[in-house]
Design a binder for this molecule. Structure first.
Ligand code: NAD
Ligand code: UD1
Length: 334
């Protein structure tokens, strides 16, 4: 039983690699390192005692991917590889469509050739768009996302659905992540994007270590508990564990396309996150209130009951855990 992780040296992929190794799975990682570092492979070994096989390869390189499948008996793929910065995707739509869509098509074509028809795909709550209610459930349809990054997620979901219609021996699981934050408790794995971060927790981390002066809170006039945006923050280790259960279910399934929300089911506001970070880490996060960010919705959180009922998965880590682990990671990896 071997599982290939595309994008496995990235933030979510690396945490999932650890959980897979800890549950006795044999894994291989393919990553172009466009947004991660090879030292993650060594860090995975430090945590688990096992070094995963690593290929520094772009999934767009069909010949190289074909060779990886020829060399390894791969039973299933967890497909994390993709570009993920929303703002950058607006500036570079062609690069985003090319990398995310073509990369996935290339991967699927090679998988089909090698008769490997089991895939777990990293999607996002962004595919729900703004349905007008905060609690998002899998039975809601996709709505056109407002940016190219989100559009690639929605398109890949559709590609996977069409692939299954054409050949129902495929087993496909689509995981819609809410807002992953936190880090591995060892402090060895986490999220540390280059440049000025777009997302809230990476920005708070940079303010906490003094690299940025203050947080800009995007709007305090939403119809939410304190006027700031509400999201479902989920600890990356809980998220990683969701992949293990999703994979187990997939392996025993007859075929089909299943979608699961991976979130805690709870919404926290921007200011609640800031206050919790300050309290558990005993550090001040200066902030100012700014204009709303275009494209943001007021509030969203997961209805996570399908994942609980069908996968036996439930997030267990608290907002305090997420804030503590994010702070530990950034201090150790400035
Ligand atoms: P990440 O950038 O840390 O990891 C993605 C990895 O994919 C990186 O290591 C990058 O080098 C690699 N990669 C990108 N294009 C590649 C290519 N063509 N060939 C090979 N490797 C390539 O991002 P992450 O946060 O770990 O996200 C993993 C997946 O989950 C992505 O598909 C992302 O869109 C999705 N997702 C992330 C979030 C989030 O908030 N982090 C939310 C929803 C969905
Ligand atoms: C964003 C993306 C989403 C993507 C997800 C994970 C947008 C519109 N959406 O989600 O497509 O799947 O990241 O990569 O970009 N905030 C601040 N100040 C900041 C940053 C954020 O106040 O400096 C607020 C936001 O307004 C929001 C909350 O914090 O209310 C969370 O923002 P963020 O971390 O960027 O995630 P999302 O917008 O939910």
């Amino acid at each position: 039983m071997k599982v290939l992780l595309t994008g496995g040296t990235g933030y979510i992929g690396s945490h999932t690699a650890v959980e897979l190794i800890n549950t006795g799975k044999d894994i291989a990682i393919v990553d172009s390192l466009i947004n991660s570092n090879e030292d993650v492979v060594e860090r995975i070994k430090q945590i688990t005692g096992k070094e995963p096989k690593f290929y520094k390869t772009d999934i767009l390189d069909k010949e190289a991917i074909d060779k990886i499948f020829a060399e390894n008996e791969i039973d299933a793929v967890i497909h994390f590889a993709g570009l993920k910065a929303v703002g950058e995707s607006v500036e570079k739509p062609l690069e985003y469509y090319y990398n995310n869509i073509m990369g996935t098509l290339t991967l699927l074509d090679v998988m089909r050739k090698h008769n490997c028809k089991k895939i777990v795909f990293s999607s996002s709550a962004t595919v729900y768009g703004d349905p007008g209610v905060p609690r998002l459930v899998e039975t809601m349809g996709r709505r056109t996302p407002t940016n190219p990054y989100g559009a690639t997620k929605a398109m890949i979901e559709k590609i996977l659905e069409d692939l299954y219609i054409s050949d129902n021996s495929w087993k496909i699981t689509i995981l819609r992540y809410f807002n992953p934050i936190g880090a591995h408790e060892s402090g060895l794995l986490g999220d540390n994007p280059n440049g000025i971060p777009n997302n809230l927790m990476p920005y708070i981390q940079k303010v906490a270590i003094g690299e940025l002066e203050k947080l800009h809170v995007f709007g305090d006039d939403y119809e939410t508990k304190d006027g700031t945006g509400v999201r479902d923050y989920i600890h990356v280790v809980d998220l990683a564990k969701g992949h293990i259960l999703a994979l187990e279910k997939l392996l025993s399934a007859d075929g089909g396309v299943e979608k699961y929300n991976l979130g805690t089911g709870c919404g926290y506001s921007v200011l609640e996150l800031v206050k919790t970070f300050e309290k558990v880490n005993n550090i001040k996060i200066p902030y100012v209130i700014d204009e709303r960010r275009p494209g943001d919705i007021a509030a969203c959180y997961a209805d996570a009951s399908k994942a609980e009922a069908e996968l036996g998965w439930k997030a267990t880590k608290t907002l305090e855990d997420m804030c503590r682990d994010s702070w530990r990671y950034i201090q150790m990896n400035k």
